[in-house]
Design a protein around this ligand. Structure first.
Ligand SMILES: [Zn+2]
Length: 397
């Protein structure tokens, strides 16, 4: 899936209509959730059918395009499914019981209810919500109009701190041409650096968003000093939301560029499948991990891997930093020890490079089909599955 995003230009009246559509989507999602809470054994199909019932009962709901209504039901269903999967797998900790949504920011259309101008400059929403024709503003290099209309599977309107955006989700078989380099790389999450690869190259943490984050903190403090419900508080909240957006964009942008560079230059990439959540619990590390936006990076890495048709492999993170990548000897070291000095073979390596080498080896052994404990957890691109998570601008579908 490719995701193209444009900012929407329109009138106040049109944005009010968008708000109405977003509220309706939330209403339907919550109605579906309520149905499930009351009845439990509810299938996806039941929810789809229920959509029509809701539309008959509530005239405002019937104004939203029928497939958009179904998309809202789908959202409810995936929340339910996530919860029941977590229960079935007996995941420790919180299972994520589905919550009623109060702050929905988007509405999703599928293949009907909208029409794109042939030149790709405007979109018209044709359902009863009355949004009408909006201008698309965005990067000239992304040309949504070049895709056959039937490849555009979803169209989603999103509210952000600085306005309304539309995202086109395109199911295309278009791939980037990959020039084989013969290079295979392992990547280790940096705590000190953004990442270190198995050739010893380090990508430093970008300075810019440390700066942006300091500004974020300042704005947060300013907000908390303002009187509740005052106009100044409203202003401060808006400034904070905008800064959040800026930080998110910088993080996304950086992750995307680094991931793209790596995928273009390699034929196989392996990374450690860290339970980020577990690590975030460790408060000392939390800052750097959030900073690095590691999850964002992995998403882009998998995405570009899919587009270039190269394997991007997650390997289980056991002993990758302790074992010697040259001879396998286990050399215990605490987090503060930055150099790997092997007691077995005497090799001296940067701690993170040693880990990256181990990660690569695990992945390669896994793909060659050796039996044993070091099989990669998943061969994420092997299936070429188009429904796999595409890294969306800022958030997932
Ligand atoms: Zn060794």
């Amino acid at each position: 899936m490719l995701v193209y995003e444009y900012k929407l230009n329109g009138s106040k009246r049109q944005f009010a209509a968008i708000e109405e559509a977003i509220r309706t989507a939330q209403f339907i999602r919550n109605k579906c959730l309520r149905l499930w809470m009351d009845g439990k054994n509810i299938s996806k199909n039941d929810l789809q059918t229920y959509c029509a019932v809701v539309a008959r009962e509530y005239p405002f709901a019937s104004r939203l395009n029928s497939m958009a209504r179904q998309a809202s039901a789908d959202r409810a269903y995936s929340a339910i499914q996530r919860f029941s999967d977590a229960c079935r797998q007996k995941k420790p900790g919180k299972k994520g019981y589905p919550q009623f949504q109060k702050d929905n920011r988007s509405v999703e259309y599928k293949t009907t209810g909208w029409k794109l101008d042939p030149d790709g400059r405007h979109i018209i929403f044709t359902d009863g919500c009355g949004i009408g024709r909006l201008k698309l503003v965005g990067n000239r290099n992304q040309r949504i109009e070049e895709f056959p209309i039937k490849e555009i599977k979803r169209v989603r309107i999103v509210r952000r701190a600085d306005g309304y955006y539309v995202q086109f989700c395109v199911a295309t078989s278009r791939k980037f041409e990959h020039v084989p380099s013969g290079k295979q790389l392992g990547i280790d999450v940096g705590l000190k650096a953004y990442l270190t690869d198995s050739l010893g190259k380090t990508v430093p943490n970008p300075r810019h968003y440390r700066k942006a984050e300091n500004k974020l903190k300042r704005l947060q403090r300013r907000l908390s000093r303002k009187q509740k419900k005052s106009a100044n508080r409203k202003k401060a909240r808006k400034a904070l939301a905008k800064q959040h957006l800026k930080v998110q964009r910088q993080r996304e942008d950086f992750a995307r560029k680094v991931a793209n560079t790596y995928v273009r230059s390699c034929d196989l990439i392996a990374y450690e499948d860290l339970q980020i959540r577990n690590m975030v619990r460790n408060r000392k590390l939390a800052k750097s991990i959030h900073d690095a936006g590691w999850g964002t990076f992995i998403r882009w890495l998998n995405y570009y891997g899919m587009m270039h048709d190269i394997p991007v492999i997650a390997v289980p993170p056991h002993f990758t930093s302790q074992n010697c990548s040259a001879c396998g000897t286990r050399v215990q070291k605490s987090l503060s020890v930055r150099t790997h000095i092997c007691t077995g073979c005497g090799v001296v390596l940067d701690r993170d490079q040693n880990a990256a080498l181990n990660i690569l080896e695990k992945a390669v052994i896994g793909t060659e089909g050796h039996s044993g404990t070091s099989k990669p957890k998943s061969l994420q691109n092997a299936s070429g599955d188009l429904t796999s998570a595409a890294p969306c601008h800022l958030e997932k579908w």
